[in-house]
Design a protein around this ligand. Structure first.
Ligand SMILES: [Zn+2]
Ligand SMILES: [Zn+2]
Length: 330
């Protein structure tokens, strides 16, 4: 078979590869669609600290079992946890001390075939194959919303309307939040109006705090989600949470981040990181998609064939209107 291989930073190749060998407990799956994510772009640019080269990327996967139950369509949980460390024993498998993520720490699914632990497959009888490729990024969003413990009617702002921020907005609204969103890029502002079916998308800048107070009845939001991964934006997000509020960093910034402690203490702020997701997040996301309580039909904006990717990937982030790109393997 052929597979996409990230040979070294800046060089992706569609090249011949051996058919994966199944380890105990694993099953062979045929990849239908694989998402392209910010993590993959960081890996391509050589900015992903946990990744060694060569590496096969791909952690947002829609697959079909080959020999288990034929044609069983599944999403894949790419977070391989150890089950033994303290966080695993406490159920926080998403931040396992020895976590290995498919497509980051070990080879992932940018290939027609993949071997995955049977326990990490999440079947759905009804969801289309393209939607199953969105389950993993939506799990990241859902987990962040669950971390925030949103109360019905609480004013919430989500900063950054990429795929993760859009997912956070969809699930926060589902939890009953009084939702507001903020995005800098014009194309993403337009896309988020359509996907979230709302008129108002706030802009970052000197008037943001005033605009937030206007839409939150004079107050600041109780919960601020930052899904930008930008240090400057995270500083602004940190400053926008109300006294007694929560600030959730969903996007991560690969470097030092500091804040003026009295701003944190005076407001008795709760600062939360959110990383990956857990078993129950996968189940909840699939249920929400199957029930139709969230509509993700606008998230997939671009689709490519695998052999197009070496030419497409270098400039993908600058593609106008891009929310989520999928690679169609079969
Ligand atoms: Zn991803
Ligand atoms: Zn563990």
């Amino acid at each position: 078979m052929h597979a996409l291989q990230l040979v070294r930073p800046g060089r992706l190749a569609w090249q011949s590869a051996s058919v994966p060998v199944q380890a105990p407990g694993e099953v062979l799956v045929r990849v239908r669609y694989a998402g392209v994510c910010g993590t993959d772009l960081h890996a391509f640019a050589g900015r992903q600290p946990f990744l060694s080269y060569p590496r096969r990327l791909g952690h947002e996967l829609s697959v079909q079992t080959v020999d288990l139950v034929p044609d069983n369509a599944c999403a894949v949980n790419p977070y391989l946890h150890c089950s033994r460390c303290q966080p695993c024993r406490a159920g926080s498998t998403n931040c396992c001390e020895g976590l290995e993520v498919l497509g980051v720490h070990r080879d992932g699914g940018w290939a027609p075939l993949l071997s995955v632990p049977r326990t990490h497959l999440y079947p759905s009888k009804t969801l289309p194959a393209k939607v199953l490729a969105l389950v993993e990024p939506l799990v990241v969003s859902y987990h962040a919303v669950r971390r925030a413990r949103i109360q019905a009617g609480e004013p919430v702002v989500v900063v950054g309307m990429g795929p993760i921020g859009l997912g956070v907005a969809l699930f926060a609204r589902l939890m009953g939040a009084d939702l507001h969103v903020c995005e800098a890029r014009l194309d993403r502002r337009q896309a988020s109006r359509a996907i979230l079916d709302r008129d108002e998308v706030l802009s970052p800048g000197p008037t943001l705090e005033r605009a937030l107070r206007r839409v939150c009845g004079g107050d600041l939001p109780q919960v601020v989600f930052d899904a930008t991964g930008s240090k400057a934006a995270m500083h602004v997000s940190f400053s926008l949470a109300a006294h007694g509020g929560r600030c959730v960093f969903v996007g991560h910034y690969p470097g030092e981040y500091s804040f003026y402690e009295p701003d944190f203490h005076r407001r008795e702020l709760t600062l939360l990181a959110s990383r990956n997701g857990q078993h129950q997040d996968f189940l909840s996301v699939i249920t929400a998609l199957e029930d139709g309580t969230v509509d993700v039909s606008g998230l997939v904006t671009h689709q490519y064939k695998p052999d197009q990717m070496p030419a497409v990937l270098p400039d993908l982030a600058d593609t106008p209107g891009l929310i989520k790109a999928l690679i169609a393997f079969s």
